[in-house]
Write a protein that binds this ligand. Structure first.
Ligand code: ADP
Ligand code: MG
Length: 269
C-alpha cells in the first residue's frame, strides 16, 4: 500500500522494498567504554531479525539506539529510508527533534524483559494508555482494538485485572498487546522470555511465533536459540560490539564459521 509515508522513501526505491529499520556503521560509547564499534544491519519489511550474543555484547544498546532511547556517536539509523539519527559527527551531531523521537518510538514499539506494566492500572488501561494519551487517538476506538489485541494474545478475560494478579507469562503477553496497540511498523523485543519460568516462557514464544507468521517486522534479542532458529529470516551474532557472524538461521546454527560463535552456541545448548 502506498500511503503518504511513501514521500519519505527515496524516489528510486518503492516503500515496500525499503527496510523498516536500517542501521549503518553505528558507534556508541558510554564514556570511555565503546559498546558498539560500527554495526550495520537492516530489518526488511515482514522479516524477523534475531540478535544473539553473550551478555554485555551490546544487544540491548543496539535496540535502544534503534528506537532512540539512546543517542549514539556516529553512524546512521534510517526508518523507512529516512535518516532519523543524531546527524553529523562529534560536536556537530544534533538530536532528532521531539516530534520525530515520538513518531519513531510509536512506530518501533519495544517489549522489555521486565514487562514494564503500570502497577496502578488495569491491563486494559495499560494497553490503552499510550495510544490515548501520547498519540491522542479516539478512546472508544482504542478500547476496541486493545480488547482485540488482548484476545489475540490469549488474555481477553484479563482486561479488568491488575498486573500483580497475573503470572509473568500473562504480564508479558499484556506487554505485547500494549506494543501492538500502537499499530507500529515494527516490534522490538529485548529478551522477552528471560524473566519467565520455562513453562511460562512457551506461552510467550507461541505468541511471538504467531506474530512472525503474520509477517510482522520484528527485531528480537533473545537467548532462546530454538525460537531464533524457528522464526528468524536472519540472525546476527554480536560479539563485543561488532557483528562477528550473520546469516540465515539454518546456516548460522548448523554450520557456524566463527570459532566464537561455535563456542557461544555450545555454551547455550
Ligand atoms: P547486552 O544486552 O548484549 O547484554 P548491553 O547492550 O546491555 O549488552 O551492554 C553492553 C555494554 O554496555 C556492557 O558492558 C554494559 O555494562 C554497558 N552499558 C550498558 N548500558 C550502560 C549505561 N547506561 N551506562 C554505562 N554502561 C552501560
Ligand atoms: Mg541486554
Amino acid at each position: 500500500m502506498l500511503t503518504k509515508d511513501s514521500k519519505t522513501a527515496p524516489a528510486t526505491q518503492p516503500l515496500e522494498a525499503t527496510p523498516v529499520i536500517e542501521i549503518r556503521d553505528l558507534h556508541k560509547s558510554y564514556g570511555e567504554l565503546e559498546v558498539l564499534k560500527g554495526v550495520s544491519l537492516s530489518a526488511p519489511r515482514g522479516h524477523v531479525l534475531s540478535l544473539i550474543g553473550s551478555s554485555g555484547s551490546g544487544k540491548s544498546t543496539l535496540l535502544r539506539c534503534a528506537n532512540l532511547l539512546e543517542d549514539s556517536q556516529s553512524g546512521e539509523i534510517l526508518f523507512e529510508g529516512e535518516p532519523i539519527t543524531w546527524k553529523g559527527e562529534g560536536l556537530h551531531r544534533r538530536p532528532a527533534d521531539r516530534k520525530q523521537v515520538l513518531r519513531i518510538r510509536t512506530n518501533l514499539s519495544m517489549v522489555f524483559q521486565q514487562f514494564n506494566l503500570w502497577a496502578h492500572m488495569t491491563i486494559l488501561e495499560n494497553v490503552m494508555e499510550a495510544p490515548v494519551t501520547v498519540m491522542g487517538r479516539d478512546k472508544k476506538e482504542v478500547e476496541a482494538s486493545a480488547r482485540a489485541y488482548l484476545d489475540k494474545v490469549g488474555i481477553g478475560d484479563k482486561c479488568d485485572v491488575y498486573p500483580a494478579q497475573m503470572s509473568g507469562g500473562q504480564q508479558q503477553r499484556a506487554a505485547i498487546a500494549r506494543a501492538l496497540c500502537m499499530e507500529p511498523k515494527a516490534l522490538l523485543f529485548d529478551e522477552p522470555t528471560s524473566a519467565l519460568d520455562p513453562e511460562l516462557e512457551q506461552e510467550v514464544v507461541k505468541v511471538i511465533k504467531a506474530l512472525a507468521e503474520e509477517g510482522r517486522t520484528m527485531m528480537i534479542v533473545t537467548h532462546d536459540m530454538r525460537m531464533a532458529a524457528d522464526i528468524s529470516d536472519h540472525v546476527v551474532f554480536l560479539h563485543k560490539g561488532l557483528i562477528e557472524e550473520e546469516g540465515h538461521p539454518t546456516q548460522l546454527f548448523n554450520q557456524p564459521k566463527s570459532e566464537r560463535l561455535q563456542q557461544f552456541l555450545s555454551a547455550t545448548v
